[in-house]
Design a protein around this ligand. Structure first.
Ligand SMILES: [Zn+2]
Length: 185
């Protein structure tokens, strides 16, 4: 354990970094380990079940999840996922999603029900796992962030219309391709 973890500023819709394809993590060095700690800390403070590196201004292929918090917000079993690859996907599952980077917008998204995913952990070990249901949904949502895709890209035209005022409002805060969540949020 290093210093106290830091709350990282959240990038929101309208920030260019959320639309970039993130780069592979080349090496699990101390800087990445520190960053993982800050990312996890920020996810919990923002009450998320997942948070991807681009959402805090780092365009690298890495995210943290803790899907168990959906049913028990005191549970803390963070899983740091680095350089993920979705190897197989099947089925269909529809659920309501939101995103820390798109405040106050919620809509149904259709995802794959089951995934086989491989990823590297913080010790540099590669894992392959099969997941389904809510965990699979969270992983697909976070993995999308690494490719510059947001959940609102996957919602129905009607849901987009319903949320258009909120979306415009968020976008209107962007300055020169940077949009950072204000402190009071
Ligand atoms: Zn998100």
């Amino acid at each position: 354990m290093k210093k106290e973890p830091t709350l990282l500023p959240i990038r929101i819709l309208g920030d260019d970094i959320l639309r970039q394809k993130a780069a592979e993590v080349a090496e699990i060095d101390p800087e990445i380990k520190d960053f993982a700690q800050d990312l996890t800390y920020t996810m919990y403070l923002k009450d998320g079940v997942g948070l991807a590196a681009p959402q805090v201004g780092k365009s690298i292929r890495m995210f943290v999840i803790d899907p168990g918090r959906r049913d028990n917000d005191k549970a803390q079993n963070p899983i740091v996922i680095i350089n993920p690859v979705i190897e197989e996907k099947s089925g269909e599952s529809v659920s309501d999603e939101g995103c820390i980077s798109v405040p106050d917008v919620f809509a149904e998204v259709k995802r794959f029900e089951k995934l086989k995913i491989s990823y590297t952990d913080l010790e540099g070990k590669r894992h392959t796992e099969e997941v389904s249901g809510f965990v699979a949904t969270v992983i697909q949502h976070e993995n999308d962030h690494l490719d510059g895709v947001l959940f609102i890209d996957r919602i129905s035209a009607l849901a987009k219309l319903k949320n258009s005022a909120k979306i415009r409002q968020i976008l209107s805060k962007a300055v020169d391709g940077v949009n950072i969540l204000s402190k009071e949020k």
